[in-house]
Write a protein that binds this ligand. Structure first.
Ligand code: FIX
Ligand code: ZN
Length: 408
């Protein structure tokens, strides 16, 4: 029986031929819409926070760090440049004088290619004319369609003055942009001696205003739990009770070492291997709170898979930041299939600039499809074929079902 749902054919026919199986996996992975569970993008209502276009794409902090390695320019001189001058330097350095083989540089190529623009252009004249010619709302529609993204989760900081002002203007939110309440300023900037009651009131007020899908915080590589520090106290007395009372998951992004090079500003963060047992103790003690978790160290990924096998209130997600590279995404996704089956969220984009959705998801889908095909091919080799209906079911679960069930 062959039926058509969600723009692709699903069939109950057993796929016993390897090449047909591969073709069906690629068709379904490349035609199933995804919920992007962690981004830094905003809709136009957020004014200057809504970033798009070639100058923003090229001054992405990943590319700033890479340009600093190949361009003979002092950090301070780069920061004195205008954004246009910075973008011109990045293009000349990484795309003209060198081959754009890094993941972040190749990402810009994928975006230009998606819009039919010259990927070998000597300068940014054509790209700037194109992006300047777009009306933002139509552009957002096209970007979401090209990336096959149904909706994204923003990163919303109730202590960011610019953002707070926008929320207070009672904005008309584009429903494709769901909010999350980011707690780094509250939990990491040492609110020593903070009054628990007033912090809880503050949190309740912003949960009311933002209607977030989860509470979130990035944590340093040396994060420990339990611990006798302020963060531990605020987690126990403010954040986790609020998560429980509001029925909100807590999203933990663990392993960042902020500002290892201050001169690189946003591009200056590093990473470190964290202690996954701290997360295990959190999941054990707060067994009635749901946790989404991702780590920044490749070495922590296998431990995260094993921890998720022990705690059903733990949902691993994404290949975060320095892990979002094909060679590592492939390894992480394969070990997740082997240890967790389809009970995880394979990727998030972490996009900061609208059009990054296109490349981050195009590149991710390639690795996810390859890993998923290998899993089904191994299953076939062990004596069990799958149908394209079952492939669709598994992909929908990973691309949106696991998350939407998690956040209720
Ligand atoms: O903490 C985070 O949300 C990180 O993703 C960001 O701080 C980081 O700059 C980033 O965008 C990585 O992709
Ligand atoms: Zn992020």
């Amino acid at each position: 029986m062959v039926t058509s749902t969600e723009n692709h054919i699903t069939s109950t026919e057993l796929l016993r031929d390897a090449e047909e199986l591969r073709a069906q996996v690629q068709l379904i992975v490349n035609s199933t819409y995804v919920t992007d569970v962690h981004t830094h993008i905003f809709p136009p209502a957020f004014q200057h926070l809504c970033l798009s276009g070639i100058d923003e794409l090229l001054t992405y902090h990943y590319l700033v760090a890479e340009t600093s390695r190949s361009a003979n320019i002092a950090y301070e001189r780069f920061w004195r440049m205008s954004k246009t001058e910075q973008a011109d330097l990045v293009w000349q350095t990484l795309f003209v004088e060198n081959s754009p083989v890094s993941e972040a540089a190749r990402g810009v190529i994928s975006v230009l290619d998606a819009f039919g623009l010259d990927t070998r252009a000597p300068d940014l004249t054509e790209a700037r004319a194109f992006f300047n010619s777009r009306t933002l709302r139509e552009h957002i529609d096209q970007v979401f369609d090209l990336a096959l993204v149904s909706d994204v989760v923003m990163t919303n900081d109730p202590l960011d003055k610019a953002e707070v002002q926008i929320w207070k203007d009672d904005i008309d939110l584009d429903r494709r942009f769901r909010s999350s309440l980011r707690l780094d300023s509250l939990l990491n900037d040492g609110q020593r001696g903070a009054d628990v009651l007033s912090l809880r009131r503050f949190l309740d007020e912003w949960i009311q205003r933002m209607d977030p899908v989860y509470l979130a915080v990035s944590l340093p590589a040396e994060f420990q739990f339990p611990s006798d520090d302020t963060r531990d106290r605020l987690l126990r007395e403010v954040v986790l009770p609020a998560a429980k009372d509001h029925g909100l998951p807590l999203t933990l992004m663990i392993g960042v070492r902020r500002q290892v090079n201050l001169k690189l500003r946003d591009a200056g963060d590093g990473m470190g291997r964290a202690d996954v047992s701290a997360l295990e103790r959190l999941c054990a003690e707060f067994h009635d709170v749901k946790f989404l978790a991702t780590f920044l160290s490749r070495e922590n990924q296998h431990e995260l898979c094993v921890a998720a096998r022990k705690f059903k209130n733990l949902m691993p997600f994404g290949c975060w930041w320095f892990l979002n590279n094909p060679s590592i995404v492939s390894e992480i996704t394969r070990e997740r299939f082997e240890l967790l089956g389809p009970s995880f969220i394979p990727q998030h984009s972490d996009a900061r600039v609208l059009e990054q959705l296109i490349y981050k998801w195009r590149h991710a889908r390639k690795e996810i499809a390859d890993a998923l095909y290998d899993s089904y091919a191994r299953l076939l080799d062990s004596g069990r074929a799958v149908t394209s209906e079952e492939i669709s079911r598994d992909v929908r679960r990973m691309f949106s079902g696991n998350f939407n069930d998690w956040v209720g």
